[in-house]
Design a protein around this ligand. Sequence first.
Ligand code: NAP
Length: 277
Amino acid sequence: MNTLPARYAVVGNPIAQSKSPLIHSLFAQQTGEAITYEAILGAEDSFESLVGGFFGGGGGGLNVTVPFKQSAWAMCRQLTPNAARSKAVNTLYQREGELAGANTDGIGLVRDVRDNLGIEIGGRRILLLGAGGAVRGVVPALEEESPASMTVWNRTTERASELARDFSGSLTAASIDELRGQQFDLIVNGTSSSLQGSLPEVDEAWLASGCCCYDMVYGDEDTAFVCWARGAGASSAADGLGMLVEQAAESFRIWRGVAPETGPVINRLRTRLPGRP
Ligand code: NAP
C-alpha cells in the first residue's frame, strides 16, 4: 500500500485565480492517486511559518507561485540542479527529513514548446522578454536544449543584467537598441504584461522566418502578445496553458512517482475557458 502523504497545496498571493487545484485533481483522478490539493493565500511575513506548519502537519508537497519562489529557494536545504541555478523554487517536498526544492517551470515550458507544439529548441536563437521569477526559472531547462543563443530583454535593465550575470556564458542581456537588426526563432514573453492586456516592447523585425512566439501568460481569450505575434507573421503563437499543465505534471511526478498524461488535461482546461469554442 502507498504510504505517501495525501495533502498537497499551492501557495501564492493572489491565489484565488489558480488553476492548480483543478489540474491536480484531474491528475489524481487519471492516475488513481488519493490526494487532496488546495489553494492557500500566503503573506510575505508568514511564508516560512506557513511552509513549516504545512510539512510539520504531515503535508506532502507545496507548489509555490508569485511572489514566493525566491523565498522558497532560500528556505531549502536540498535543491535540484535547476532550482539551485535559477534561485527560484516552485515545488517543495521533503527528502531525508529536510526541505527540498525543485523548479519545474523550465521543464514545463520545454515540454510544451518541444513536445506538444513540435518546435525545435536546439540550435535556435531565443529571445526572452522579462527577467522576473518565471524567466529565471526557465533558463536552465532551455540551456539543456543547447540553443544557438539566448538573449534577455527586460523593462528594468538592471534586472536583465543581473540575470545575464547569473547565467554568464549562455545568456546575454540586450537593450532595445542592441536588439535592432537581430532575428530570433523563438520569442518567449515572460513578462506579466498580458495580464494587463498590454504588450512589452516588441518589434516585428525580430521574427526570423518560421519564428514561434510563446506567451507564458494564458487567458480566457488570446493574450495581447499572441494576437500581436499572429499579426506580425509568426509561424506559430501559443499561450502558457500547456506550460502550466506540464509544470504541474512534473511536480506531481516528483511527489507521487507517477507521471500523469498531460494532453487530456490541457484539452479539458481549454474547453473550460469561457472565451474558447
Ligand atoms: P514577476 O517576478 O513579478 O516578474 C514580472 C516581469 O514582468 C518582470 O520582468 C517585469 O518587468 C515584467 N513586466 C510587468 N509588467 C510589464 C509591462 N507592462 N511591460 C513590460 N514588462 C512588464 O513575475 P513572474 O513570476 O516572472 O511571472 C511572469 C508571468 O509569467 C506571470 O504573468 C505569470 O503568471 C506567468 N507564469 C506562467 C507560468 C505558466 O506555467 N504558464 C509559470 C510561471 C509564470 P520589471 O522587472 O521591469 O518590473
